[in-house]
Design a protein around this ligand. Structure first.
Ligand SMILES: Cc1cc2nc3c(=O)[nH]c(=O)nc-3n(C[C@H](O)[C@H](O)[C@H](O)COP(=O)(O)OP(=O)(O)OC[C@H]3O[C@@H](n4cnc5c(N)ncnc54)[C@H](O)[C@@H]3O)c2cc1C
Ligand SMILES: O=P(O)(O)OC[C@H](O)CO
Ligand code: FES
Length: 495
């Protein structure tokens, strides 16, 4: 198969680029090595749409963060994705940190960020009663937001496919060459595809992809960040994103509500070798406990429901690498996209479209472009609306996940959309069964059964996530709820 553009990596960057390119008359392949989109760093981060005062003036990070933040309301509305502008505070607990807060304010002004204010102790405590008494002041950033990062990535990939892009899952790019102006891309499943342009959005593997084809080598170091997720009953402890003063290697441990009303604490920052190293560690977790209590009182550590880790893709320059390769025409790197990559993603995608427009002259907009179809969120409806939905499809009246109140109708819809769920984790990230207090202990087997039924495969074939993560190994003697019983081989959980 031959395409105009091949995008390597279906994280938030690759999916955003594919979606924005799908507005134009182009054939697009979105190539992903894993069994689902949003399976890399885009599923495991702080989910903050940063205001844009952190990055130094003149950097790519500063430029794309400031612009990306402003685009979020429109983009999330078009894609029906949860996004809330709740504001953020960088807390100073002594006069030295207060100097740092003022430095960040001035940097924000240079970066043209609106809504910044330096607050005194009383003003901080009026906004956030659970901030530690040690606080001496803070930087308030009104435009900071929180988003559902995997919901966003999934919605982008789905909408790209709605508009003609082809999503290739379980397709690792293992070789890349260019001959007579055409890229030849070899995939791990044996397929070969051709493309006129290649966008490298492979996250922590972007160096591997670049170094396959370019002599202008890059190196991406994985920097792990670990987190705690708390039960929804703790969601009101803080109202905004609570940052500490940043350090050399990161913005420090934050405490924040999530868009779904949980509370998130993390991350730490540790450079590691392993590009798959997303384990949580006892050291990391105790570091989070110690640091988070520096800013926030009464964090109920007995209400943690899960922990997880993500990997920042750190380029040696420290900044984003967003440019056409110096020695391979048509090969565009979007590499080193560590934080604020999520915040910057809409602006990065727009920039890549501009680069392609300069190459493909007279590129026409697709008249048939559609925004993503809205999702029914059953528990957010009022009683009359719920009844109307059930009258049309009684599966919306069958609650499968009792922690998150998710209906069978929502799960079935998540499976049958474009770029739909194929795994238990895929359903979890799309519509949340398994994200609740019991972490799928109750709803997991029911989700597995619905997947098997809707995909018309046996329950043993249903995976938790990637290849080899089968949940059931075979039938056992006793009958269970579904008429058959199965031996369970894995019961991992993750947010
Ligand atoms: C701890 C932590 C906290 C963060 N918090 C924030 C935050 O609050 N706000 C913010 O703005 N940013 C934050 N970030 C940064 C943000 O998460 C990233 O910038 C963003 O998710 C990067 O997206 P991506 O698409 O480049 O990478 P990824 O999501 O990793 O996507 C890359 C994809 O490429 C695929 N791939 C790799 N190799 C191949 C191959 N050979 N063939 C095919 N596919 C391949 C991978 O499987 C993966 O799906 C944080 C990051 C971390 C780690
Ligand atoms: O620790 P950083 O600087 O990589 O930032 C990560 C998130 O954006 C904030 O937690
Ligand atoms: S019932 Fe679904 S997470 Fe508990």
């Amino acid at each position: 198969m031959s395409y105009d553009v091949a995008v390597i990596g279906a994280g938030v960057i690759g999916s955003f680029v594919a979606r924005e390119l799908s507005r134009y008359d182009l054939s697009i392949a979105l190539i992903e090595k894993d069994s689902d989109v949003a399976n890399g760093t885009s599923k495991a981060n702080s989910a903050i749409v940063h205001a844009g005062y952190d990055a130094e003036e003149g950097t790519q990070k500063a430029k794309f963060n400031a612009k990306g933040n402003q685009m979020y309301d429109r983009v999330c509305k078009e894609l029906d994705v949860p996004f809330k502008r709740i504001g953020s505070l960088v807390i100073a607990t002594n006069e030295e940190e207060m100097e740092h807060v003022k430095m960040l304010y001035n940097r924000g002004i240079k970066n043209d960020i609106e809504g910044l204010k330096v607050l005194n102790q009383q003003e901080v405590r009026a906004l956030e009663p659970n901030i530690d008494e040690q606080v001496v002041g803070a930087l308030h950033a009104a435009t900071c937001g929180i988003v559902g990062p995997f919901e966003l990535t999934i919605a982008l990939a789905e909408n790209a496919v709605d508009n003609g892009a082809e999503l290739m899952l379980n397709s690792e790019v293992i070789n890349l060459t260019r001959e007579d102006g055409v890229f030849n891309i070899l995939l791990s499943n044996g397929k070969r595809i051709e493309a006129k342009y290649v966008i490298n959005a492979a996250g922590v593997y972007a160096d591997k992809i670049n170094n396959l084809i370019s002599n202008d080598k890059i190196e991406i170091i994985p920097r792990r960040g670990e987190y705690f997720v708390f039960d929804k009953e703790t969601g009101g402890l803080v109202n905004s994103v609570i940052f500490q003063c940043p350090t050399e290697i990161g913005k420090g441990v934050l405490v924040t509500p999530t868009v779904h009303g949980n509370m998130l604490v993390g991350p730490n920052a540790e450079n590691i070798q392993d590009k798959e190293g997303i384990d949580t560690t006892p050291e990391g977790i105790s570091f989070l406990r110690e640091k988070s209590t520096k800013t926030t009182k009464k964090i109920p550590f007995n209400k943690v429901i899960t922990s997880f880790a993500g990997l920042r893709a750190v380029a040696t320059s420290g900044d984003f690498i967003i440019r056409e390769s110096s020695d391979v025409e048509g090969f565009i790197n979007v590499a080193g996209i560590q934080s604020p990559g999520l915040s910057s993603a809409p602006a990065i995608a727009e920039h890549i479209v501009d680069m392609i427009k300069k190459k493909v002259l007279n590129l026409k907009e697709r008249e048939t472009f559609v925004n993503r179809r809205e999702q029914i969120r059953f528990m957010e409806l009022n009683d009359t609306e719920k009844q109307e939905v059930i009258n049309k499809d009684k599966r919306y009246g069958n609650i499968i996940c009792r922690c998150e109140w998710i209906s069978e109708g929502e799960i079935v819809d998540a499976i049958h959309r474009n770029a739909g769920a194929r795994t238990v984790d895929g359903v979890k990230r799309r519509v949340r069964p398994g994200m609740g207090r019991c972490q799928g202990g109750f709803c997991g087997p029911r989700v597995l059964e619905i997947l098997a039924r809707e995909l018309n495969v046996s329950p043993q074939e249903i995976l938790k996530s990637n290849e080899g993560s089968n949940i059931l190994s075979g039938e056992s003697k006793d009958n269970n709820l579904y008429g058959k019983a199965y031996e369970q081989v894995a019961a991992n959980t993750e947010e």
